[in-house]
Design a binder for this molecule. Structure first.
Ligand code: AMP
Length: 191
């Protein structure tokens, strides 16, 4: 299965992704993690991305699309993958659809982890990451609301969106994630 997990910064995507890859037995493609690895290795892509990431801005599309395109064409992604942090804009979603279509593939379902803004801020204050500075974190939330939220509509119109409540224990949330996956499985079997 090809599943996308969408949620604002601090929604708990990381925890749910770990569980989902175990359930689905597919590779986890986190563009944020891929970029952080490039930054650590001081590659040209990492050096370019670093400034954007440090300011809570989206990294330019050519860099992201090249990185994701190369990863998706690797053999371990043939049976499916879990996309985390990508697509992040309507343009990226359209390019992804094109990329998959050329390989006779498609997105099976999109899970939105919905968490209210004040809860996101509370969680951010409880963890520590370079781009978790309160000002930068606020920018990442605004970027999500302006650039990523329109994606929800895009996938909803394709009848591929499951919005789930991101409040509760990791186990409770994962039960909802699993139920969404079952719905996608039933839908993919429909003629
Ligand atoms: P994340 O770990 O998914 O929150 O991503 C961390 C940072 O990496 C984001 O704030 C962006 O600067 C950058 N990033 C990750 N994924 C993308 C993407 N699909 N498009 C543009 N920038 C991205």
């Amino acid at each position: 299965m090809r599943i996308i997990l969408i949620g604002p910064p601090g929604a708990g995507k990381g925890t749910q992704c770990q569980r989902l890859v175990d359930l689905l037995k597919v590779p986890h493609l986190s563009t944020g993690e891929m970029l952080r690895a490039e930054v650590r290795a001081r590659t040209p892509a990492g050096i370019e991305a670093d400034g954007y990431m440090a300011h809570g801005q989206l990294v330019p599309d050519p860099l992201i699309l090249g990185m994701v395109g190369r990863r998706l064409s690797q053999p371990d992604c043939r049976e499916g993958c879990l996309l985390d942090g990508f697509p992040r804009t309507l343009h990226q979603a359209e390019i992804l659809d094109d990329l998959l279509e050329r390989q006779a593939m498609s997105v099976d379902g999109v899970i939105e982890l919905a968490v209210p803004r004040d809860e996101l801020v509370r969680r951010m204050l409880a963890r520590k990451r370079a781009d978790d500075d309160p000002g930068i974190f606020a920018k990442r939330i605004v970027s999500f609301e302006l650039q990523t939220a329109p994606l929800l509509d895009y996938y909803s119109r394709q009848d591929k969106l499951a919005t789930i409540d991101g409040l509760g224990s990791a186990n409770e949330i994962f039960d909802r994630v699993r139920a969404a996956i079952q719905r996608f499985e039933r839908a993919s079997r429909r003629p």
